[in-house]
Design a protein around this ligand. Structure first.
Ligand SMILES: *Cc1c(COP(=O)(O)O)cnc(C)c1O
Length: 376
């Protein structure tokens, strides 16, 4: 088959990307209809990146081609023992028309940390970033021109070896797909309501700090329970004492106090080290706020919300950026206690920090931290 090596495709890892022709890209009218109301995670761009790994060859066979089904042996290890990790990141259109990524090298580093925990091969960070750039460049027409729009990128790795014995697989596939994104929360709600789960997401020594599909599989039933009870999201407490607040199913938490200080749960190994969380640590300190990485108990949260000592709580992550938490339910043994935070809507500091971060991501404010990487 005719293929061409992209001129810029040679990475520091020594891999070149083979461009496979797309037989039938989405017609422009159909694409425009999708981009006018992209939703989240339901529509996909035309292309995908695929890179193979074997023990003998290492990373090889990098392609950029048409997005489509992948062939897997029914005995592929990922289907049985869940050897899978992923990342979530976004490409944004800047005011000058260029397209940029936000801290992609942080995603690459976290991907390798997840790989180590799941006994999967690490990937050169330059190769990870190059793969993402290749896809964004090919699908640059898939960035939604709507307010708050972005191209959500999903790099992931699966164990492909056909083998039912229990040990780390010897063959893997790395892929990157892309999905045009609008607002993460369907309601576009200014503040979400969260349900305190009796289930645990992660235990000490477990995989809570790795971005792996297995963590999400375990969180789906608690999340469904939250929805069934009329809430938007679930919040997990620590597995040992069921007292310390950890995080939501896919977002980290910050607590804002009336004295202008903030806390966020520490990276103790059971929460996911969010890049949004890390960026907000820096931005909040620049704003002159005192931020502590400190454990915070559920009963204290409720007491502080009632006394007015705690004025805001927000969740943060790439998909929804910053989202105010307005209401919390299910704190007592009977799981019926409920409390409101501040006014129940987004508070001042939540709004200010969100605006600062979004402005940097979208190229509307100076990038003084070297967080922004231009793609095209
Ligand atoms: C991805 C993720 C986050 C947020 O991480 P970001 O890098 O900020 O997107 C938080 N918690 C969990 C469980 C996650 O999977």
């Amino acid at each position: 088959m005719a293929s061409l090596n992209l001129a810029e495709g040679l990475t520091e890892a020594g891999l070149s990307f083979t461009r496979l022709p797309h037989p039938a890209p989405t017609p422009v009218a159909a694409r425009d209809a999708i981009l006018a109301a992209p939703g989240f995670g339901t529509a996909f761009s035309d292309h995908m990146v695929c890179i193979e790994y074997s023990e003998a060859e290492g990373w090889h066979g990098a392609t950029l081609g048409a997005r489509g089904p992948i062939a897997l042996d029914p005995a592929a290890a990922v289907l049985h023992y869940a050897q899978e990790i992923f990342e979530g990141m976004k490409a944004y259109t800047h005011p000058d028309g260029s397209i940029a990524l936000f801290r992609p090298e942080a995603n690459a580093a976290r991907f390798n940390a997840s790989a180590r925990r799941l006994a999967m091969p690490e990937m050169p960070e330059t190769l990870f970033v190059e793969a993402v750039k290749q896809l964004v460049t090919a699908d640059r027409d898939w960035l939604p021109p709507v307010e708050g729009g972005s191209l959500y990128l999903r790099p992931f790795m699966i164990a492909t070896e056909a083998f039912l014995g229990v040990r780390p697989a010897k063959a893997y596939k790395f892929l990157v797909i892309a999905s045009p994104a609008g607002n993460y929360f369907k309601s576009g709600a200014p503040a979400v309501s969260i349900w305190v789960s009796a289930y645990s997401r992660a235990a000490p020594g477990g995989t809570g700090a790795a971005k792996c599909g297995g963590n999400y599989a375990a969180s789906l039933m608690p999340q469904a329970e939250a929805i069934a009870r009329g809430h938007d999201q679930v919040v997990f407490l620590d597995a040992a004492e069921h007292r310390w607040i950890e995080e939501l199913g896919g977002m980290n938490l910050y607590f804002v106090f009336a004295d202008g200080t903030l806390t966020t749960p520490p990276l103790s190994g059971t929460i996911l080290p969010g890049i949004t969380r890390d960026s907000l640590l820096t931005l909040a300190r620049e704003e002159g706020l005192t931020v502590r990485e400190e454990r915070y108990a559920i009963d204290q949260w409720q007491a502080d919300a009632a006394s007015g000592k705690l004025v805001e709580t927000f969740a943060c992550g790439t998909a929804a950026v910053v989202t105010a938490v307005g209401r919390v339910c299910g704190t007592g043994p009977g799981a019926s206690d409920e409390f409101t935070i501040g006014s129940g809507g987004p508070g001042q500091i939540t709004t200010r920090l969100k605006a600062r971060l979004v402005a940097i991501q979208r190229g509307q404010a100076a990038d003084t931290h070297g967080w922004v990487t231009r793609v095209t």
